[in-house]
Design a protein around this ligand. Structure first.
Ligand SMILES: *[C@@H]1O[C@H](CO)[C@@H](O)[C@H](O)[C@H]1NC(C)=O
Length: 144
């Protein structure tokens, strides 16, 4: 391969390389740190990636503190993964998205009193992760 062609190729692929690098770090943000819901109702715990980064190739894990290995919701390989998810949340959790815009908010249905408390929103790639937390409390009740 001659040198001129090589230089051309580098210029051709440079933007691709750079966009890949910038996608390797991100932060997880929660616009509201406390959300309230009603028993039997639905609630959305807000959480998003910085820069509206597409999250579909990443792992999203919503878990209660100390329950990392048995999360309320696990999104992996572009789908919900039930294999290790906490059975208490089965059929009641979803990611309304849009995931391609970095919205990883958790929708929780049929709220129970055992659902109250803190949730960790954890997003990871092969090389990077970040997390943040949201607290769920009962509507109309003063904070304890
Ligand atoms: C929850 O988030 C707040 C604000 O980011 C942080 O200061 C706090 O340490 C977090 N708590 C836990 C248990 O991670």
């Amino acid at each position: 391969m001659d040198e001129a062609l090589l230089v051309k190729m580098v210029w051709l692929f440079l933007p691709l390389l750079l966009s890949h690098v910038s996608a390797e770090s991100f932060s997880v943000v929660v616009p509201e740190t406390t959300v309230s819901g009603q028993l039997g109702g639905s609630v959305t715990l807000p959480c998003a990636l910085s820069d509206n980064l597409d999250v579909r190739k990443l792992e999203v894990r919503w878990y209660r503190p100390s329950m990392y290995s048995s999360p309320a919701l696990l999104y992996l390989n572009e789908k919900l993964d039930q294999s290790i998810a906490d059975i208490k949340y089965q059929g009641r959790v979803s990611l309304p998205g849009p995931l391609e815009k970095g919205d990883v908010s958790l929708k929780l249905d049929d709220l129970r009193s055992s659902d109250l408390g803190m949730y960790m929103c954890h997003v990871s790639s092969d090389r990077w992760y970040d997390k943040n937390n949201v607290s769920l409390r009962m509507q109309g009740k003063a904070e304890q």
